[in-house]
Ligand binder design. Structure first.
Ligand SMILES: [Zn+2]
Length: 380
């Protein structure tokens, strides 16, 4: 066995009584509650805020936007500082959770944000932190990474163990109201996390493999039910746990080509992260089919037990097909042209994808600019 290292994620509390139990997970004292305006408008946070306010002052910061900016993060930190916050709760999708992680760190450590971008530069102590995801997708509650959009649209990340939350609170009732297309796109994103962690070129290991396999099993078996029967708590719980396990897996075995080609679609066309991964999934897996044949063939029976007896090439092909069919069955439109992208944009997308070197190195085989152009064409 190859030498490896693995870092587990936060402690986990899972159940439908998250609102009542949140208070047990954080110390006494004023709390900074980070979320977004949609969540407040939908009333999703109401019982959580009400329960917290019974025992402490709560400072609500709900101005987090998609792809949160540095200004937003610093405003959240300022709110927490003014309130004398002694703990932070991040409540929402990836954006509020990313802001909450860094706000807890900056409030606790007093560090200067511009001094801590990068991997394991942040070495201070954050405030106690609980993250409650409201989508089953990003796995941000499981990871030590926070991505912030800085001057000129440049995305910078802090990736440091100090950002790993104390607790991930997985409450499936938070996800039952998601619109179908959000359930679908975020669920496919989580499946991509599990597949890309399993095929991650440098850092995959037996523990990330085990988590990725179980994540893929939970996600693939429940995605369709979660889409068709949104109130089904068993399916929602399985999706939330699957997304979390995939998050712990890819925090150790980072994602590759699908995400590398998905990012420019988010950066240049502002498509949601989950959707961009759904769009690029099939073309990139087909590109990887030969290099990742053994690995895809190992995963194939999770989606289609009947393929067990086939050879590795047939199994890998069946795996890619089954994932494609699963994605299509959610009803998402899976062509770039359906989302406002024109053929004339493909060159620019391919050139932009080449900047994602930190992701491309994790892909099982190289993706050059000409490959990327061809893969966008295939997705078009
Ligand atoms: Zn993702």
């Amino acid at each position: 066995m190859r030498a490896f290292q693995f870092i587990y994620g936060p402690r986990v509390m899972s159940g439908t009584d998250g609102a009542a139990r949140l208070g047990e997970l954080i110390p006494d004292g004023p709390c900074l509650f980070v979320t977004d305006d949609d969540i407040i408008r939908l009333g999703l946070a109401d019982p959580w805020l009400a329960a917290l306010r019974e025992t402490r002052d709560v400072s609500l910061f709900s101005a987090v936007e998609a792809d949160p900016s540095k200004a937003t993060l610093l405003a959240a930190v300022e709110r927490g500082r003014a309130a004398g916050a002694t703990c932070v709760v991040g409540f929402g999708g990836g954006s509020p959770m990313d802001v909450a992680k860094l706000a807890a760190y900056l409030l606790g450590s007093g560090d200067d944000l511009d001094a801590i971008w990068g991997v394991e530069i942040a070495q201070g102590h954050r405030l106690p932190l609980v993250l409650a995801p409201t989508t089953a997708g990003t796995g941000s509650e499981a990871t030590p990474i926070s991505v912030i959009t800085c001057e000129g649209g440049v995305k910078l990340a802090v990736n440091a163990r100090a950002l790993t939350a104390d607790w991930a609170l997985l409450d499936p009732t938070l996800t039952t109201g998601l619109p179908r297309h959000v359930t679908a796109a975020t669920g496919i994103d989580a499946m991509v996390h599990s597949v890309e962690a399993y095929t991650s070129a440098r850092l995959k290991n037996p523990i990330s493999d085990a988590l990725a396999r179980e994540a893929l099993r939970l996600l693939s078996a429940n995605l369709q039910t979660a889409c068709d029967d949104p109130g089904n708590l068993d399916a929602r719980s399985a999706m939330l746990l699957g997304a979390h396990l995939a998050g712990v897996a890819f925090a150790n075995a980072p994602v590759g080509g699908v995400h590398a080609l998905a990012y420019p679609l988010g950066g240049l066309f502002h498509l949601p992260h989950g959707l961009t991964n759904a769009l690029m999934l099939r073309p990139v897996l087909e590109h990887n089919a030969e290099a990742a044949r053994e690995l895809y063939s190992e995963l194939a029976p999770i989606l289609d037990p009947a393929c067990e007896a086939a050879g590795s090439q047939a199994r890998a092909a069946s795996f890619i097909d089954a994932l494609g069919q699963l994605s299509a069955a959610t009803g998402l439109k899976l062509q770039l042209r359906d989302h406002g992208i024109r053929e004339g944009d493909l060159d620019m997308l391919a050139s932009e994808a080449m900047k994602q070197t930190r992701l491309l190195v994790n892909n099982p085989c190289p993706i050059e600019e000409a490959d990327a152009r061809r893969l966008y064409e295939a997705a078009f």
